[in-house]
Design a protein around this ligand. Structure first.
Ligand code: SF4
Ligand code: SF4
Length: 136
């Protein structure tokens, strides 16, 4: 079994497609949705984690590539600007994976681990200094 994070960004034309349903039904994947915004009127995005056999995950990604969706698993959607970070720690309780963490409590030093980030964007709303932002 493997787990892969994936971020899907898709245009209005694809927002009615039951993507998550198909990932579960067709490919027997366990899907953990971190963030979603999908309406019929506008473009949407899904930030999720899929777990299943390597073969099924590969097949699912092949299936997804048939959609008019922008897929990436490289965690490049969330941007952390260290220079704007006020080290306040407000984001920490909102970050579900610990991608944002306090590495030194004495000097309140915050660190961002992009490999752990699932792009839920909870920190974007939580940050009072605008240090967290989304490319999308
Ligand atoms: S988007 Fe922000 S809150 Fe969400 S996992 Fe990444 S760093 Fe944490
Ligand atoms: S909420 Fe913003 S300013 Fe505060 S520690 Fe997190 S990233 Fe830095």
């Amino acid at each position: 079994m493997i787990t892969k994070k994936v971020y899907l960004y898709f245009p209005q034309s694809e927002t009615e497609r039951p993507i998550v349903y198909e990932l579960v039904k067709q490919f027997d994947l366990v899907v953990n949705i971190f963030r979603a915004k999908v309406t019929n009127e506008e473009s949407g995005y899904l930030s999720l984690e899929v777990t299943g056999s390597q073969e099924n995950v590969d097949r699912a990604f092949e299936y997804l590539s048939g959609f008019d969706v922008n897929i990436h698993a490289g965690n490049s959607g969330m941007v952390w600007d260290e220079n704007r970070c006020g080290q306040c720690g407000a984001c920490l309780v909102h970050c579900p994976t610990g991608a944002l963490s306090m590495v030194d409590r004495d000097i309140r030093q915050i660190s961002f681990n992009d490999k752990a980030c699932v792009e839920c964007l909870a920190c974007v709303e939580a940050c009072p200094f605008g240090a967290c932002s989304s490319k999308f």
